[in-house]
Write a protein of this length. Structure first.
Lengths: 240, 485
């Protein structure tokens, strides 16, 4: 390694260190938590108008639903990009060179699958009541669906076509729930359906439905992405 | 049509994007194959958003409108804000997409372009700082995929480097937004502009600089624009035209909105002026040194955007008008140039090329001259030594610009020296068919000539739009009135 190279090696570290220091000193200058912020105070005064016991859900799916739609689309764009890039790559199924994982592991993965899916759906459907929700529950579902591949039993469980349809349908559900409010003469993405009693499972109007759409979409998308990545490995000797 | 339908211009392309792949399965089209049906569906979606925009925006120049999302009043909820500037940007985005949509692309490319369309329109419309960031991120992610899937062999690497730079920019911009939020407790632009009038201290300026550098990545701001020549030279000329023409302007307008509404003080405009000058100098000199036609245009685009930043840093009616005029002029000329070099240059194409080049350099009576004149008079009127430096740099840069643009034309007449980067190595003797790209370039040339003939009414309209978008009281009152109803 030449001298210039060695001195260059420090530059990224210096840069990131400086950046971290700058951001740190900037954020030390702002108060945290106290006093209550302008919008935060306003939301506290709304007094559960959306019927969601979990205030975070009211913000994510109610007051800032358009942002959530954007976030969903970002994940979707990322997974579509991966698909687009990998189609140009020569397809090759990897045979994982590893020892038998053992009886215990395989059985455990079979047992865990329904359990994880149940936990995932529990977290999604209780998103308006307790911490959690569509994004978190969706990731758990994705892990559940990816488990068979991890355990070395192939992706037999995953029907690509089905999963893509489920994913597209869930995304469409989110937007159509918003458009349905429009058709009733309200604003786009305005929560509708009766609010019900705060704390009950069937409450908070359309918010749980929106979270269900988010959860299914995230779960299906991540599962498809992980399987895609684990089965389509670019062969190093073939240039693009 | 009720104004409540405005968010559909964002939601509709997203809906179709979500459903396009299941639909392809249903039709029996593989995701990596082209499909005329899905191509038509995508175009119809964009046409539908164009229709909605035309329905709602016909008199926004007289009366801008604000639409709240989900029925929640600002600043708790998000609002979309449609004024003359947003209306023009929407129309430009939709028309550019309709004209530049790749016909034989794979299904997934259509999906990503639809996402790109939705996020561009969201960027033009959003009246909320964090919502702007979300759409900016969405635009970025869709762009990474589209660049990486370009046919060039270097495309994945170029896309990855762009991703790193853009990612760093996003971190900075998000930090800036977080600083503003924790300082003021609000994210709504109108609300923030009311708070900004009373705001003091250096923290907001630091936040603005973070946002400027962060969002500057897409706006080809100096020092964070190293991706520009690489990306424009690997992507297809249609996509390069789209990126250079529309996407960069969206990022510029986003920065300008934040600047006008939140930070009208000199501490914020001076860095913008300085970075603009540096961008102008570096871009034009690099273009002059460059031998590859495409890279030359990419560098020239950096220079032009530097010029636009200089104009916006003047931050008064004249500067705003000059900036908008330069932006829209660049929006017509640069895609035209990118499309022209897709094809072998023949006599009539060179005539068109000369027309674009003359306007870009600023020869009267073409529109480019009036835009540049507005900038120059603005700089002189405001005065100050930094503006003087900007004016001198600007004049020198124009000479350099003329130098390299006419080198291209000169090459055509010398004939024995081929133009690097152009599709054919020799100049076609016979007029080859113009094709779609050539047709669009011809149309853009027609637009340029039409504007030349109607320069007075166009200037008046643009001046009104500039006045309107610089009017903070108007914005605040529009958004508050829409809530009382």
């Amino acid at each position: 390694m030449s001298r210039e190279h060695r001195s260059m090696a420090w530059t990224p570290l210096l840069f990131s260190g400086g950046l971290a220091f700058m951001l740190f000193s900037l954020f030390m200058a702002v108060p945290f938590g106290e006093p209550l912020m302008r919008v935060g105070g306003m939301i506290q005064q709304t007094d559960g108008e959306l019927g969601a016991a979990n205030l975070v859900t009211a913000v994510v799916l109610g007051y800032r639903a358009l942002d959530t739609l954007g976030e969903l689309a970002i994940l979707f764009a990322a997974s579509t990009s991966v698909g687009l890039i990998l189609t140009g790559v020569k397809q090759r199924t990897v045979s994982v060179e590893c020892e038998e994982l053992g009886e215990l592991f395989e059985q455990a993965s079979t047992l865990l699958l329904p359990l994880l899916i149940m936990v995932g759906f529990y977290i999604i459907t209780h998103g308006h009541l307790t911490p959690g929700g569509g994004f978190q529950g969706g990731v758990i579902i994705a892990v559940a669906l990816f488990l068979p591949t991890l355990a070395g039993r192939g992706a037999a469980l995953l029907n690509h076509r089905l999963i893509q349809q489920v994913e597209g349908g869930a995304g469409a559900l989110f937007i159509l729930l918003g458009v349905a409010a429009l058709l009733q003469g309200e604003s786009f993405l305005q929560p509708w359906l009766p609010v019900g009693e705060i704390g009950a499972l069937f409450s908070a109007g359309t918010l749980p439905l929106l979270y269900l759409a988010v959860g299914i979409k995230v779960g299906a998308e991540l599962a498809a992405l992980l399987t895609h990545l684990s089965t389509n490995v670019p062969s190093p000797e073939v240039p693009r | 049509m009720s104004t409540e339908w405005l968010p559909l211009v964002v939601a509709l392309p997203l809906l179709v994007a979500f459903l396009l792949q299941p639909l392809a399965h249903w039709l029996g089209v593989r995701a990596e194959r082209p499909s005329p049906v899905l191509y038509g569906l995508s175009l119809m979606t964009i046409a539908a958003t164009l229709w909605i925009t035309l329905q709602l925006g016909s008199d926004v120049i007289a009366q801008p409108l604000s639409v709240t999302m989900g029925g929640f009043n600002t600043p708790v909820g998000i609002n979309l804000y449609l004024d003359g500037l947003a209306y023009l940007l929407l129309l430009a985005t939709q028309l550019a997409l309709l004209l530049l949509w790749p016909a034989g692309a794979a299904v997934r490319t259509h999906v990503l372009l639809l996402v790109l369309a939705a996020s561009s329109m969201g960027l033009a419309l959003s009246g909320d700082l964090f919502n702007l960031y979300v759409f900016y991120e969405l635009l970025a992610v869709a762009t990474f995929g589209l660049i990486a899937a370009s046919p060039g062999r270097a495309a994945p690497l170029v896309s990855f480097r762009y991703l790193l730079l853009s990612g760093m920019g996003s971190v900075l911009a998000l930090s800036g937004i977080a600083l503003i939020y924790s300082h003021s407790g609000s994210l709504n632009l109108a609300d923030l502009s009311m708070l900004a009038a009373s705001g003091e201290g250096s923290l907001p300026i630091a936040a603005f600089l973070l946002i400027l550098v962060g969002f500057g990545v897409k706006a080809e701001l100096f020092a964070v624009n190293s991706w520009v020549p690489e990306v424009y030279s690997v992507t297809s000329s249609r996509f390069a035209a789209l990126l250079a023409g529309v996407v960069s302007k969206l990022a510029v307008v986003m920065i300008v909105r934040i600047l006008l509404l939140l930070f009208p003080q000199p501490e914020a405009t001076d860095p913008l002026l300085l970075l603009g000058i540096l961008g102008l100098v570096s871009g034009e000199l690099a273009a002059w040194r460059s031998n590859d036609f495409r890279r030359m245009l990419a560098y020239s685009s950096i220079g032009q955007l530097g010029m636009i930043f200089i104009a916006f840093s003047l931050s008064l009616e004249l500067g705003l008008f000059a900036g908008l005029a330069l932006s829209f002029h660049h929006m017509v000329v640069k895609p035209g140039l990118f499309l022209l070099l897709q094809q072998p240059l023949s006599r009539w194409r060179v005539v068109l090329l000369i027309l674009f080049a003359l306007s870009l350099v600023g020869v009267p009576p073409l529109p480019g001259f009036w835009a540049k004149l507005a900038l120059l008079t603005g700089l002189v009127e405001v005065g100050g030594w930094l503006n003087g430096v900007a004016a001198v740099t600007f004049l020198v840069a124009t000479v350099v610009e003329a130098g390299y643009l006419f080198r291209i034309v000169q090459r055509y007449y010398q004939e024995e020296r081929p133009i690097a980067g152009s599709t054919s190595s020799t100049v076609a003797a016979v007029e080859s068919p113009w094709g779609w790209e050539g047709g669009v370039a011809l149309m853009l040339g027609g637009v340029l000539l039409a504007v030349t003939l109607t320069i007075n009414p166009v200037t008046e309209q643009l001046q009104q739009i500039a006045l309107q978008s610089g009017d903070r009281e108007r914005l605040i009152s529009t958004i508050t009135v829409s809530e009382v109803e």
